[in-house]
Ligand binder design. Structure first.
Ligand SMILES: [Zn+2]
Length: 266
């Protein structure tokens, strides 16, 4: 099997008795080898960035300073923009959660750091991310988190195969740290993922909702708590957050606030 390394994709090792390179090499193997060579050349054109996802770096990231849709938390690019219509276009069909908020624009070093961590190339400063989120919860988002709101923190689960390969779920790590810091309950198994096997990151926005429709469920016998903080790393189309919120509502959740570390800026 090929393997993905820091430098790119390694070709599968030749088995004893396999034909090597040359005119006798079987066509499928030759085609695969040439494909990998092309990939390596592409890698030389686009070298890996020096992503810094250390705790020190995260603590220095600048939070998004533009306006937010009061419902879904959609970003505008600049603080001086006239603002998003209320509700924004994405909120025309009311989302199944009360509100959503994201701290950073998913671009630049934020994007590089999160991608590096998710694909196992960087540190996992869950504590620093939780610290930044809690700072916003107690500051700029305090109207969404009154003292009487003590949500259960529920992370968005990743596909089991991804979890097996990575050994961690970034929203789970951040959610655990956030719940501990805030003194809120943490329920990492409140949601389970049973579908949506095509990675959302590889799909056009229009197809993402269909891909995760019904992909999340609350295990039979579990009742979702009335107040939920649904935590994910990145908010792009909102399809994942909506699918999770629908599952939680079906299981009895009432008030759902979605938080993500970062959010794609249109
Ligand atoms: Zn909106």
């Amino acid at each position: 099997m090929p393997s993905i390394t820091e430098r790119g994709i390694s070709p599968p090792p030749l088995q004893s008795g396999d034909a090597g390179t040359g005119p006798d090499e079987p066509f499928p193997r030759r085609a695969f080898r040439e494909f990998l060579t092309g990939i390596r050349h592409l890698g030389a054109l686009f070298p890996l960035s020096q992503a810094d996802f250390s705790a020190g770096s995260v603590l220095s990231w600048v939070a998004h300073g533009g306006q937010e849709c009061p419902s879904c938390g959609g970003f505008t690019r600049h603080a001086s923009c006239p603002g998003i219509p209320v509700p924004c276009a994405a909120c025309a069909a009311s989302p199944p959660f009360y509100t959503a908020r994201s701290l950073f624009a998913y671009e630049g070093r934020v994007r590089e750091g999160i991608r590096a961590a998710k694909y196992g190339r960087g540190a996992l400063p869950a504590g620093a991310l939780a610290e930044r989120l809690l700072e916003a919860i107690r500051g700029r988002w305090t109207d969404r988190f009154p003292d009487c709101f003590r949500p259960v923190v529920v992370p968005v689960p990743i596909m089991p195969l991804k979890y097996f390969r990575r050994g961690f779920n970034l929203p789970g790590l951040v959610g655990s740290a956030l719940a501990r810091a805030a003194g809120w309950p943490f329920a990492p198994r409140m949601l389970q993922r049973a579908g949506g096997n095509t990675p959302q990151a590889g799909l056009p926005l229009a197809d993402r909702e269909e891909n995760v429709r019904g992909a999340f469920t609350v295990p039979a016998g579990l009742h979702a708590p009335p107040g939920v903080l649904l935590l994910d790393d990145v908010y792009t189309s909102g399809a994942t957050a909506k699918a999770c919120a629908l599952a939680l509502k079906t299981a009895g959740a009432g008030h759902i606030v979605v938080l993500t570390v970062a959010r794609a800026v249109p």
